[in-house]
Design a protein around this ligand. Structure first.
Ligand code: FES
Length: 140
């Protein structure tokens, strides 16, 4: 299986690993396809994601996609972050092998789940839809 240099870099040196103790939103999702799980923490200041961290019990592709996803949403507004798709994450990683595309959905969903939790704590409706793992845009 061939991984791009970018995937290898983010797998070997994942960015923003850990947790945020006083997080404003925490998301946890599981990938029904493989049983892997991911937790994402966000800190929000004036509608902007000022910090984001993740922890994953998942494969290398899941680590790499979450790592780059945290970089892509850091400093972005919630609305901008919600537009991030697994497809954009895969493109930023210069591709993933077809059988690993579903792993990239975990990062998108963990982020949406964290934002959904943030919305809930703020009493904002409607909450973002997290959806089902397996609806991988890049697969189609
Ligand atoms: Fe489970 Fe990649 S094999 S997320």
């Amino acid at each position: 299986m061939l991984y791009s240099d970018k995937v290898m870099d983010h797998f070997a040196n994942p960015r923003n690993v850990g947790e945020i103790e006083d997080a404003d939103g925490i998301g946890e999702v599981g990938n029904a396809k493989c049983g892997d799980i991911m937790k994402m923490y966000i800190k929000v200041d004036n509608g902007v994601i000022s910090d984001v961290k993740f922890k994953t019990f998942g494969c290398g592709a899941a680590v790499a996609t979450s790592s780059i996803a945290t970089e892509m949403i850091m400093g972005k507004t919630i609305d901008e972050a919600l537009k991030l798709t697994n497809k954009a994450v895969v493109e930023a990683l210069e591709g993933l092998p077809p059988q690993k595309l579903h792993c990239s959905v975990l990062a998108e969903q963990a982020m949406k789940s964290a934002i959904s939790d943030y919305y809930q704590r703020q009493g904002i409706d409607p909450k973002p839809i997290v959806g089902e793992i397996g609806e991988c845009e890049a697969c189609h």
